[in-house]
Design a protein around this ligand. Structure first.
Ligand code: HMG
Ligand code: MG
Length: 310
């Protein structure tokens, strides 16, 4: 197989992971978490989103988070924004990169950002234009790229059209989202084949949610097709509050385990990410979906029963 030798893993836990949590996490806990994640070798962390606080109360402290983190050189700290109002707030905090987002299906787009696809495109065009003018690279998510919780299976042609419109706005990378975690490797192949007819492979990243355990099989299929950038979330936290049934992203540590076992480099420490997952699990007060975290806790508990101090 012709796997990529290096994969870029983009951590979205502080944004996608925390946006769906019922329990409000104090700002200092979020910033501590981001600061520790910054020590793991990650090169890209999506730290928050500048959306309406009534729509996503869990991230109402976006400005404080973005202003309080300890920036580490070489790391891109990005933020999600839906429009110019969000961009203005993000620029006040001097985040390094802007992520815009929309859906490939009209109903999810309306439920998520209160606009049709046709209404959203000019808003995002202007937002991207202004971000680029402010010297911020722009990345774009295409949500419900495989399945919409309201409309069912997504036509790959709609994903292609939206992707091309976003690329025309100057975005440097598209993150193709399995928002509710329903895609299978076959559907990933079908959709990617369609996109790759017109879009260079280095413009594509994948954003898999792991609702049904298909995130890693889907990652494998995308790797086979040359994709070398993946979003994931420490601990496997995550989910879109406006996509019923959506649960966490691929857990970063599970993704790292698979990639490293396959000899694919990421530059990121699995162990440090697992410790960060453990930290957030304690703060949230419920078990996180990550399998590597479970394995780690199982190993620690066995060793401590045996009196082993390692
Ligand atoms: P709206 O109500 O249509 O906004 O919401 P509006 O433009 O009509 O303005 C109404 C009020 O909101 C105004 O205030 C605006 O100033 C204010 P008023 O005059 O009434 O006092 N407003 C804002 N306030 C703060 N920040 C802003 C902002 N924009 C307008 N940015 C809006 C439209 C987009 C704001 C709303 O629908 C929203 O915030 N939606 C966010 C939903 C969200 O965050 N979803 C989760 C992220 S997407 C996701 O998770 C998927 C992804 O992970 C990929 C995948 O998994 O597929 C990315
Ligand atoms: Mg997501």
């Amino acid at each position: 197989m012709n796997w990529p030798t290096h994969v870029t893993v983009k951590e979205v836990g502080p944004r996608d992971g925390l946006q769906n949590e019922k329990k409000l996490i104090p700002t200092t806990v979020k910033t501590n978490w981001i600061d520790h994640l910054s020590e793991s070798g990650l090169r890209h962390i999506e730290i928050t989103s500048f959306v309406h606080p009534k729509w996503v109360p869990a991230l109402a402290d976006a400005k404080d988070v973005a202003k309080s983190i300890q920036r580490r050189e070489g790391i891109v700290y990005s933020a999600l924004v839906p429009n110019q109002k969000g961009l203005e707030a993000a620029l006040e905090t001097n985040v390094d990169e802007i992520a815009i987002f929309m859906s490939a299906t009209d109903t999810h787009n309306k439920k998520n950002i209160n606009k049709s696809i046709v209404e959203t495109l000019p808003i995002l065009r202007q937002t991207a234009e202004e971000a680029i003018k402010a010297n911020k690279p722009v990345r774009a998510y295409v949500s419900t790229a495989f399945f919409c919780p309201y409309e069912g299976r997504t036509n790959p042609e709609n994903v292609r059209k939206i992707s091309e419109s976003l690329l025309e706005m100057g975005v440097y990378e598209l993150s193709i989202g399995d928002t509710v975690g329903t895609a299978s490797p076959l559907q990933v192949e079908e959709t990617l084949k369609h996109l790759l007819k017109n879009i260079p492979v280095n413009k594509l990243a994948m954003h898999f949610h792991d609702t049904r355990g298909t995130a890693l099989p889907n990652t494998l299929k995308a790797l086979e097709m040359g994709i070398a950038a993946f979003d994931s979330s420490c601990g496997g936290l995550g989910g879109c509050p406006y996509a019923p049934g959506a649960s966490g992203n691929t857990a970063t540590e599970d993704l790292l385990y698979m990639l490293h076992q396959m000899g694919i480099e990421t530059g990121i420490s699995e162990e440090k990410i697992i410790k960060n997952a453990l930290f957030m699990e304690t703060q949230i007060g419920k078990s996180l979906p990550s399998k590597s975290l479970k394995a780690y806790k199982g190993r620690i508990s066995t060793l401590s029963k045996k009196g082993d101090k390692r």
